[in-house]
Design a protein around this ligand. Structure first.
Ligand code: PNS
Length: 175
């Protein structure tokens, strides 16, 4: 922890990891909560070199996350291959932050948090999602956008535009 410039209150730096394919308003809510609670947030777009099968490229996900968090001065976005705990160590954060939407999320997230702590000593703090966003997932956003459904109220504006462009392009390609 370090002292922030504008007050003597200590500020934590935390890592918020995810695939973010794409980032949606539920993610943005967790980022905003983490800023309020901890101070500095590094959004880590995690990817697997061996399996880059996402919809948006990792660099595009980073661009979109940067656009969506441009109003938050203490947020930065990075991409990382490998383990979340390696990204956490490299960024010298105090904690990993994860959002929890449902009891189902808790089951897997608790296991990952315990595994990550056991293998690296890095602790995870859970942030409950805003109830009105707890049903939003990247997977459903992708699926609904693909078939022309309305997801504009569930994602930041830059992501809505990127999804529209992506699927408009594919419809012209005949895909
Ligand atoms: O948004 P997602 O897809 O649910 O995020 C999952 C993510 C990327 C945070 C998770 O899969 C992850 O931590 N991947 C990096 C690999 C890793 O650290 N594995 C060990 C898990 S205990």
């Amino acid at each position: 922890m370090s002292a922030s410039n504008d007050s003597e209150r200590p500020t934590c730096r935390v890592l918020y990891p995810g695939s973010f394919d794409p980032l949606h308003l539920g993610h943005l809510d967790v980022i905003e909560q983490a800023c309020e609670l901890f101070g500095e947030v590094i959004v880590a777009v995690l990817y697997n070199f061996a399996k880059d099968s996402g919809m948006f490229s990792v660099d595009r996900r980073v661009e979109l996350a940067e656009a969506a968090t441009a109003h938050l001065p203490h947020v930065s976005v990075e991409k990382h291959a490998g383990l979340t705990t390696q990204a956490a160590r490299a960024a010298e954060v105090d904690f990993i932050v994860k959002g929890l939407r449902t009891p189902g999320d808790f089951e897997i997230e608790q296991q990952m948090a315990q595994m990550n702590h056991s293998t690296s000593g890095v602790r995870t703090v859970f942030v409950p999602s805003r109830p009105d966003l707890s049903f939003v997932s990247s997977r459903f956003v992708r699926e609904i956008a693909k078939y022309g459904g309305d997801i504009a109220h569930l994602v930041p504006l830059a992501v809505a535009h990127a999804l529209a462009a992506e699927f408009d392009q594919h419809s012209h390609d005949g895909n």
